[in-house]
Ligand binder design. Sequence first.
Ligand SMILES: [Fe+2]
Ligand SMILES: [Fe+2]
Length: 306
Amino acid sequence: MAGHKEVAAVGRVLANPKESLTTRFRALFTLRNLGGAEAIEWISRTFVDESALLKHELAYCLGQMQDERAIPILEEVLKDTTQEPMVRHEAGEALGAIGNPKVLDLLKQYSEDPVVEVAETCQLAVRRLEWLSGGGDGGQAEEAAGNPYMSVDPAPPAPKNSVQELRAQLLSESLPLFERYRAMFALRNLGTEEAVLALGDGLQCGSALFRHEIGYVLGQMQHQASIPQLQAALERAGENAMVRHECAEALGAIGVESCLQTLQRFRDDQERVVKESCEVALDMYEYENSTQFQYADGLLRLQGVQ
Ligand SMILES: [Fe+2]
Ligand SMILES: [Fe+2]
């Protein structure tokens, strides 16, 4: 068990802009795994950083921790228009992930934010909270059932359907985003190559928020069939940086030779979040292919073990 001293030491690594980004990411995931008020405090403090990538990951981790003590900082970040859209988006999504209905009014208010990624995120979070308070589809347990990835998702999977039907629901731009996300998570849970290819088609859809979530889900699945579509999205001139970021990380998660070459190519991208995503993805790849015991190794590093 880590005590106060260890948490603070890992926290200082996270908060220190002089540390490398990859080390800070590992510290963040260590704090996320440790949990508790102090870990949340260190994560909260780091929202003053200059890296949008790091800050969006802070918000993501706070959401995944599902600890209500993170609500005030997430509300603050969502409201702060000086934060990058990607960071505010992740704060809104995290508020939905925590699942406390007390944030409903705020999320409704920001469902009309002029930044479309923020507005769409808040609309989804409102739907998720309403879905939860309505008892889900007959029991919350169903939400987690069938998700092999242990993630708290912005929407529950759609009730079982064929890949063909789910694909149609996923790609139908006239449906509410929440319904399309439900199809997305159902396809992910199916995990077949056919499902992967259907999801990849989503990278051509209209909403950048939707496309970035497709990238995220494909990263979770780590299926090689998605490589061409992920590479194409990363390479596409004019594609939203949030989408390109998620595709870069997904390629890193898949981690075969062709993915690595692509990441090396974009490691100096002009878009800072893309460049940093490639750096972090290559570090994660290195971990996958090493004998290192764990990626979230902030504690081991302090002890000089790695
Ligand atoms: Fe996101
Ligand atoms: Fe992301």
